[in-house]
Design a protein around this ligand. Structure first.
Ligand code: HEC
Ligand code: HEC
Length: 472
C-alpha cells in the first residue's frame, strides 16, 4: 500500500482528513472542574441541609440542663464521639431487643443549638449512646469512667482518669444520663427513685461523687437493729418487689454438673469480678464507688436459704440488672444457659471454688431452700387478681409503666413500708415519686436552656407526656 505525502496511509478521495487529536482538558480545566464537582457535593450534602433542614422538635425532645451541656462539651473535646455514635438505627433496635436501644432516633430529637448539629460520630467501636440515659445509675457511670475494666473486665474503652476534677466527671455523667430526651429522663427518674428505695431499705448512704470513691472505704450499712421491717412483713420485701413474681421460687433448670459449674466459673471470672471481687466477697475494685455495694457471695447462709437469694431471683437480676444498684443487665451479653450456669456456680462460692486452679465440684453446690417465712408470705401475696401484669387493660400512664418496670414484683394492691419503717413502697408511691423527679429534671433543663437564650419549641411541647418506648 502506498503512503501519502506525510507518510500516513492515503485517504480515499472526497474524505476530509481527521485533525490531529489534541487534549482539550488542560490542567487548569481539570483543576477548576474538580473543584466544581467537589463543592457541588459539599453544597448539597453539607450546606443545604444545615441551612434548610430544621425539623420541629419531636414529642420526645428535651433540652439539656446547664450541667449536661458542660458534659456534652467534654464529650466532644475528649473524643468520645470517635467510638460512640449518637443516633440509633432500625437495625440497632432490632438486634438489641430493647436494652440500650429502645427506639430509633428521629430528626426532631436533635433540636436547638445545644443538640444540633448532633455529635453524630461514625464509628461504633462502643455502643451508640443516644439512648444511654437511665440504664445505669450514676455510681455505675462513675466507676466505669474511672476505669471501664472495673465494671467490665473485657472492655477496651480508655479510662477517663484524666478528667481530674470531680466536677468534670459529674458533668459527663449528667450528660449521658440526660441526653436521651423525655423517655430517657423518665428512665433516669425511675433509676433515681429505685436508688432511693435500695439505699433506704438496706441502710446505705448516697454513693460518693466524682472520682472520690477511688480513695474511700466501701460504704457501710446502718446496724441491723435500725433496719427491721414493720411487724408481719419479711425483710426482703423491697428486694422481692424488684423481681417478677414468677421467678421468686423457681429452681435452676440445669443439672449441677462439673461442666456447668466450670462454665459458670469462667463467666464469673470474665464478667463479675470487677464488682463482686476475685473472692466473691463483693470487694472488687469498683466496689468503693457504689452504694449499695456489690453483693457478697461468700456466706453459706445466704446460699442455702433466705428470702431473696433463690436461683430464680439471681437469674432475674443477672438477666435484667437491679435498678437503683450498679448490678448490670447481662441479658444481651450472656446466653440464657450461661446465666443459669453462673447462678449454679455462685452457689458454690462459700466452698472456696473461686480459688485459682480449683475446679468446682457438684459436691460444692449448696442447695437453696425457701424459708418458711417466705413461703407464708408468697401464699398471702401471690394473688393473680391483684397483679398489675395480668390486668385486662394495662395502665397507659407512663409514670405507672415506669414504676412497674422498676418494681415488677409489686401488685397494685401492695402497700408496704421499707425496712427503715418510714419510706413507703407501692406502685402508686413509686409512680408519683418518679413523676416528681421527672418533672423536676425537665423543668430545670427548660429553665437552663431559656437562660442560655436557646431556641426553644412552643412551651406546649414540654407538657406532652413522656413515653416508654417499645411499650406503646
Ligand atoms: C476507643 C473507643 C472508646 C472511646 C474513645 C470511648 N469509649 Fe465509651 N465505650 C467503648 C466500648 C468498647 C464500650 C463497651 C464496653 C464498656 O462498657 O466499657 C464503651 C461503653 C461506654 C458506656 C457504657 C454503655 C453501656 O451502657 O453499656 C458509656 C456511658 C461510655 N462508653 C461513655 C464514653 C465517654 C463519655 C467517652 C469519652 C470520655 C467514651 N465513652 C470514650 C469504647 C470507647
Ligand atoms: C458493675 C458492678 C457489678 C457487676 C459487673 C456485677 N454485679 Fe452483681 N451486683 C452488683 C451490685 C451493686 C449488687 C446489689 C447489691 C445489693 O443491693 O445488695 C449486685 C447484686 C447481684 C446479685 C443479687 C445478690 C443478692 O444477694 O440478692 C446477683 C445474683 C449478682 N449480683 C450476680 C452477678 C453476676 C453473676 C455478675 C456477672 C455476670 C454480676 N453480678 C456482675 C454489682 C455488679
Amino acid at each position: 500500500m502506498s503512503s501519502g505525502p506525510d507518510g500516513r496511509p492515503p485517504i480515499p478521495r472526497g474524505w476530509v482528513r481527521h485533525p490531529r487529536e489534541r487534549m482539550l482538558i488542560t490542567p487548569l480545566m481539570a483543576g477548576i472542574g474538580g473543584m466544581l464537582a467537589f463543592f457541588t457535593v459539599v453544597f448539597i450534602v453539607v450546606w443545604l441541609p444545615i441551612h434548610t433542614f430544621d425539623p420541629p422538635a419531636s414529642a420526645d425532645w428535651a433540652p439539656l440542663s446547664k450541667q449536661a451541656l458542660q458534659g456534652r462539651n467534654l464529650f466532644a473535646s475528649n473524643g468520645c464521639y470517635v467510638c460512640h455514635s449518637g443516633y440509633s438505627r432500625p437495625q440497632d433496635v432490632r438486634a438489641a431487643l430493647y436494652f440500650l436501644y429502645p427506639k430509633v432516633s428521629q430528626p426532631g430529637d436533635f433540636y436547638g443549638n445545644d443538640q444540633s448539629p448532633n455529635i453524630l460520630g461514625t464509628e461504633r467501636t462502643g455502643p451508640d449512646l443516644s439512648q444511654e440515659s437511665g440504664w445505669h445509675p450514676d455510681d455505675w457511670q462513675r466507676a466505669h469512667f474511672y476505669d471501664p475494666r472495673f465494671v467490665d473486665p473485657m472492655s477496651l474503652m480508655p479510662d477517663m482518669k484524666s478528667l481530674f476534677s470531680n466536677a468534670q466527671v459529674d458533668d459527663l455523667v449528667s450528660f449521658v444520663e440526660q441526653r436521651s430526651g423525655k423517655s430517657g429522663l423518665l428512665r433516669y427518674a425511675g433509676q433515681l427513685y429505685a436508688k432511693h428505695v435500695a439505699t433506704a431499705n438496706q441502710g446505705f448512704p448516697q454513693p460518693y461523687t466524682g472520682f472520690t470513691g477511688a480513695h474511700k472505704p466501701i460504704v457501710g450499712a446502718k446496724p441491723d437493729k435500725a433496719l427491721t421491717p414493720p411487724k408481719g412483713q419479711i425483710p426482703e420485701v423491697a428486694n422481692l418487689a424488684q423481681i417478677d413474681r414468677s421467678y421468686w421460687l423457681s429452681a435452676d433448670p440445669l443439672p449441677v454438673t462439673e461442666a456447668n459449674l466450670l462454665r459458670g466459673k469462667e463467666v464469673f471470672l470474665q464478667r463479675c469480678v470487677g464488682c463482686h471481687g476475685l473472692n466473691g466477697d463483693g470487694k472488687g475494685p469498683a466496689a468503693t464507688f457504689m452504694s449499695p455495694p456489690p453483693a457478697d457471695f461468700t456466706s453459706a447462709d445466704d446460699a442455702c436459704c433466705g428470702g431473696d437469694t433463690g436461683p430464680g431471683d439471681f437469674y432475674y437480676r443477672i438477666l435484667h440488672g437491679w435498678p437503683g444498684t450498679a448490678m448490670e443487665n447481662f441479658g444481651e451479653r450472656l446466653s440464657v444457659d450461661d446465666i443459669w450456669r453462673v447462678v449454679l456456680f455462685v452457689k458454690t462460692i462459700p466452698n472456696h471454688t473461686l480459688r485459682p486452679n480449683v475446679v468446682p465440684e457438684p459436691s460444692d453446690y449448696i442447695t437453696w431452700q425457701p424459708s418458711k417465712d417466705l413461703l407464708t408470705w408468697v401464699k398471702t401475696r401471690q394473688k393473680i387478681a391483684d397483679n398489675a401484669s395480668f390486668q385486662k387493660k394495662p395502665p397507659t400512664d407512663p409514670f405507672m409503666q415506669e414504676a412497674m418496670r422498676m418494681f415488677p414484683g409489686l401488685s397494685a394492691a401492695d402497700h408496704f413500708k421499707l425496712n427503715d419503717r418510714k419510706t413507703p413502697l407501692s406502685l402508686q408511691d413509686a409512680a408519683a415519686g418518679i413523676k416528681t423527679i421527672y418533672e423536676d429534671l425537665l423543668n430545670r433543663a427548660w429553665a437552663d436552656a431559656k437562660a442560655r437564650g436557646e431556641k426553644l419549641p412552643p412551651v406546649s411541647q414540654r407538657s406532652i407526656p413522656p413515653t416508654v418506648p417499645g411499650q406503646e
